[in-house]
Unconditional design. Structure first.
Length: 179
């Protein structure tokens, strides 16, 4: 499947990138070599526009080019807590975690402790998005790119956007540099 820039343009219209994005300086090829796989072109294009960012003070996406070679080597440890839960309750925690075959590879997280990522099945452009919730049952994978998922979330097509209201409870749906 070839990269389609339309979802990135839709997302940019809904939620512009930070005014001064934080970009990693490593070359993509170097990063891919250090993590041992190529990431989807959709993620690359998103990151080149938004950098490391935070949506509505809730959803953070990290530009992995900011990681050192040593930090890349520790990526498999990011989901050790899930592996521990899976060992204790395999019927409740069923996902493989990268670098296991077809394993979950994280691209984002929420302030609530949810992890967003891909199931690394097939070619990177075919990886479905999946959310590993912190306090509810696992939902099925969504056959969309990361940016398509973000458009569905930001537009309210997938989730209720009432939390983006101004005031005490909500945060405006803006994208800011993170961290």
């Amino acid at each position: 499947m070839a990269y389609d820039p339309a979802p990135l343009e839709q997302l940019t219209a809904l939620v512009p990138p930070p005014s001064s994005p934080l970009f990693g300086t490593r070359a993509w090829g170097e990063l891919f070599a250090d993590i041992g796989m190529r990431l989807p072109d959709d993620y690359v294009a998103f990151t080149e526009r938004y950098g490391s960012c935070d949506f509505a003070r809730w959803l953070s996406i990290y530009d992995k080019r900011l990681l050192t070679k040593e930090e890349c080597a520790r990526i498999p440890e990011w989901m050790d807590y899930y592996r521990d839960l899976r060992e204790d309750s395999p019927e409740d925690f069923t996902l493989a975690m990268w670098p296991e075959p077809g394993g979950f590879f994280q691209w984002g997280s929420t302030i609530d402790g949810d992890a967003m990522g891909w199931l690394t099945v097939g070619e990177p452009e075919e990886w479905p998005v999946i959310v590993v919730p912190h306090d509810s049952d696992q939902e099925p994978a969504i056959v969309e790119t990361m940016t398509e998922w973000l458009v569905g979330w930001a537009s309210g097509a997938r989730y209720d956007t009432s939390g983006f209201a101004e005031g005490v409870e909500g945060h405006p749906l803006v994208c800011e540099r993170w961290p």
